[in-house]
Design a protein around this ligand. Structure first.
Ligand SMILES: C[S@@+](CC[C@H](N)C(=O)[O-])C[C@H]1O[C@@H](n2cnc3c(N)ncnc32)[C@H](O)[C@@H]1O
Length: 339
């Protein structure tokens, strides 16, 4: 278990996703070394030195720096951020980052205090596979999509996004890769959608948009473009996300389901489970036992195949059925192994 800030940052830099981001490597390893050398990083991160591991301190720190880049307050660092057109090597970002920390110490410290909140629209790629499967198995009946832990509600706009050349409005500003599987979405129709989150973000609010975009790593241009595209879609199509815990919200929402309703309720969630108290999660599983549920959550231990998309049919196997595997941010997908 890492105990110092430097150890937490080094361990985080070693996560598989971070290993694929030269910018995150440069920032996290540079900050760790600077912390050990009693550098400026101490003045920025010392108030958070005892934060619990789940509070994602390395990601909050990276988001604080990206935010200064996005708001034009860190020109020397922006040159290393492809998200704003920077063409200098992201691997060399640490020295300009340190200069920004020296100049903007108070601001970076304050921004690092904000909780990390993301809304990763790439996760709709595996979720779409599941939704198409539910539509197929329910004979093309319209679906009532209910998302718990929806953040800004962007993934509820799944049918407004364009997936490769196979699905969605061709002129959608949000363009995602096709799932790459033999996917039939002809019967898929979303009649109603709603979401909840313990701390929802309003995509119409400038501050919320900045928090979401700053949370994407500065060298992951595809993710950044997708998010911007989804935020543009949300300007025309708003899905209210209610401020509520998952179990409390599902209790009300599912009670409002009647046997004469034609729309089929489908509950979905992606990368939420680890944030929810185990007792509340148990309630979520009990409440959803009688409806379709799509779960895109990492397995508790390492899984070399990636993150499984599980389909839970009403009243069946509590382990669910794995349809595909993806990555923490969604694509690329790989088909599930046949039993
Ligand atoms: C990592 S984000 C994932 C957001 C979104 N599902 C996605 O895939 O982009 C986790 C979200 O779960 C929310 N959350 C955490 N605990 C919750 C709870 N008990 N009930 C509802 N939402 C919760 C957080 O506020 C956050 O927005």
């Amino acid at each position: 278990m890492p105990s110092t800030v430097a150890e937490v940052f080094r361990e985080h830099a070693d996560h598989p996703a971070e290993r694929g981001s030269p910018l995150m490597q440069a920032l996290l390893l540079g900050a760790a070394e600077d912390w050990d050398a009693d550098g400026i990083t101490r003045a920025v991160l010392d108030p958070y030195a005892d934060d619990p591991p789940g509070s994602a301190l390395p990601l909050r720190f990276a988001a604080a720096l990206h935010r200064l880049v996005l708001t034009g307050q860190a020109a020397e660092l922006a040159a290393h951020y492809p998200t704003v057109g920077g063409t200098e090597a992201p691997e060399l970002a640490w020295h300009p980052a340190r200069r920004v920390l020296e100049r903007e110490t108070d601001q970076v410290r304050e921004l690092t205090g904000l909780p990390c909140q993301t809304n990763e629209v790439g996760r709709t790629v595996p979720l779409l596979v599941g939704l198409a499967e539910v539509a197929h198995r329910t004979g093309g009946r319209p679906l009532r999509l209910l998302e718990i832990g929806a953040s800004a509600g962007l993934n509820l706009l799944v049918d407004r996004f364009r997936f490769g050349d196979v699905r969605g409005p061709p002129d959608s500003p949000c363009r995602l890769p096709a799932p790459g599987l033999d996917l039939d979405t002809t019967g898929l129709r979303i009649a109603e959608r709603a979401g909840c989150d313990r701390a929802p973000l309003d995509p119409g609010d400038e501050e919320a948009r900045l928090r979401l975009t700053a949370s994407v790593w500065g060298d992951q241009v595809d993710r950044f473009r997708r998010l911007r595209g989804a935020l543009a879609v949300a300007e025309s199509y708003r899905v209210p996300v209610e401020p509520a815990g998952a179990a409390e919200w599902l209790t009300h929402r599912l009670a409002a389901t009647h046997t004469q309703d034609t729309a089929v309720p489908v509950v979905w969630h992606s990368i939420v489970r680890s944030y929810v108290d185990p007792g509340e999660w148990q309630q979520v599983e009990e409440l959803t036992a009688g409806v379709w549920r799509l779960s895109y959550e990492p397995d508790p231990g390492p899984n070399p195949r990636g993150v499984p998309l599980r389909l839970f049919c009403p009243g069946t196997d509590p382990g669910g059925e794995v349809l595909v595997h993806g990555t923490g941010h969604g694509p690329p997908l790989s088909p599930a192994a046949r039993p």
